[in-house]
Design a protein around this ligand. Structure first.
Ligand code: ADP
Ligand code: MG
Length: 238
């Protein structure tokens, strides 16, 4: 049985049929990158996995459990958004620890967890600052810290690097890859950047207009595209 099973998932917003029966299965420890043009339904799919949006049809299973109707707070999933969504009035430590506070983790436990994550992301020197005093890259690190500190079963990233400049994007990409290798976490990562997809993924899912075009290793999708759309999108040699 696969760790995350997206089974015949449909999404309709009124008359608009946004996801048209998506099937994806990944294993524990996989780094799945969802790619596809703007508007093809990547964020919608991620939001449904997180429970921020309802499913019109189909089923989601995480570690064997059906999660369709499970409240977002009951899903052992953390999401990192493109806009960092940090609390402006809280310090970095406060932002990172907030989710633990909500889960009634005692202060000493919170402090230890915040410290561990801060070391991992090399932001120990920033813990007392407010988000306004941080650069874009530092904010993105804090946003990742907020997700990491909960030690969830599954991480969701929605274009987390697209607000960063090119140089920082490459640095952060390397760091995310190292984090994945070090922690062995399972990740679903959305981007419209093919290079990012090729470097990060253990599995790539190529989407177009609400339909999955191909799912496979970066190598197989690049070398052996299912159709012209995938070949064009991935820049495969013809
Ligand atoms: P992507 O993340 O791949 O760019 P989205 O998942 O954000 O695409 O959007 C897919 C499609 O669904 C788009 O056509 C978008 O306009 C539509 N859509 C997304 N959210 C809503 C909503 N709340 N109501 C109506 N249409 C929506
Ligand atoms: Mg999107």
């Amino acid at each position: 049985m696969s760790f995350l099973h997206i089974h015949h998932v449909h999404k309709r917003f009124g008359e608009t049929h946004v996801l048209k029966g998506v099937d994806i299965e990944i294993e524990k420890g996989d780094f799945l990158v969802l790619v596809g043009p703007s508007g093809c339904g990547k964020s919608t799919l991620l939001n449904m996995i997180a429970g921020l949006d309802s499913i019109s049809e189909g089923e989601l299973r995480l570690d064997g459990q059906r999660i369709n109707e499970l409240h977002p707070s009951k899903r052992d999933i953390a999401m990192v958004f493109q806009s960092y969504a940090l609390y402006p009035s809280m310090t970095v430590a406060g932002n990172i620890g907030f989710g633990l506070e909500m889960r009634k983790v005692p202060r000493a436990g919170r402090r230890a967890a915040i410290q561990r994550v801060a070391e991992l992301l090399q932001i120990e020197n920033l813990l007392k600052r407010k988000p306004a005093q941080l650069s874009g890259g530092q904010r993105q690190r804090v946003a990742m810290g907020r997700a990491l500190v909960r030690d969830p079963q599954l991480f969701l990233f929605d274009e987390p690097l697209s607000n960063l400049d090119a140089k920082l994007r490459v640095d952060m990409r390397t760091e995310i890859k190292q984090l994945h290798q070090r922690l062995g976490t399972t990740i679903v990562y959305v981007t419209h950047d093919q290079i990012e997809a090729m470097t990060l993924a253990t599995r790539i899912a190529v989407m177009r207009a609400g339909e999955l075009q191909q799912l496979g290793t970066p190598q197989s999708v690049y070398d052996d595209p299912n159709n012209l759309f995938v070949a064009g999108f991935m820049g495969s040699p013809s």
